[in-house]
Design a protein. Structure first.
Length: 192
């Protein structure tokens, strides 16, 4: 029997910056200040934050996650969309930015206007290859995740992401966690 139980980590709104955009927002040759290692190897939360500006509003204190990436992207919650004045923000996997929305980023040294990169993150589970075999899943496979408790529910359309640099964990956002009455460190059961 394949394993099914997986730990859940809830994710708040955050931004990933390119090296070029980091320099505009914080100054040339700026390096992010690591405050917390994340479970995914090499990933970390930085001390630095920025403001995200939409057509009708703004979100202050948006945490930067490092290290820098090839392209800037901002992952917001569905509940943030109204504050920004955005309609129909697309749900996308991280790094899949075709059809994503424009937004502005305000830092202490400058402002940038992005033509794309604003998304709501697709719920997903990270697997290293060994755990993918144990759980009998493949990269890009779609599964469901059952969460027990007083507000039990089943999350559908959960993407399996398999790669050698992954650590086994499910990523849901705070809106999804609140709907199920769970916190980071809760567990779910994979349903195929």
């Amino acid at each position: 029997m394949p394993e099914t139980r997986v730990i859940i980590d809830l994710s708040n709104r955050h931004i990933h910056l390119s090296t070029e955009d980091l320099a505009v927002l914080f100054g040339p040759s700026y390096s992010l200040t690591k405050t917390k290692e994340l479970l995914q190897p090499g990933q970390f939360a930085a001390a630095e934050t920025v403001a995200i500006v939409g057509p009708k509003g703004r979100l202050d204190g948006v945490r930067i996650l490092g290290p820098t990436r090839p392209e800037t992207q901002c992952e917001v919650l569905a509940s943030d969309v109204f504050r920004l004045g955005v309609t129909e923000c697309p749900i996308r996997e991280s790094g899949h930015l075709d059809g994503s929305l424009p937004f502005q980023v305000v830092g202490p040294a400058g402002t940038i206007a992005k033509t794309r990169g604003l998304i709501i993150a697709q719920r997903h589970i990270h697997f290293d290859p060994d755990n993918a075999r144990r759980y009998e899943v493949s990269d890009r496979q779609i599964v469901s995740l059952k969460v027990s408790g007083d507000r039990a529910l089943v999350f559908e359309n959960v993407v399996c992401r398999v790669g050698p640099a992954h650590f086994l964990e499910c990523h849901l956002d705070f809106d999804e966690g609140n709907a199920a009455g769970i916190r980071s460190g809760s567990y779910g059961e994979i349903v195929k």
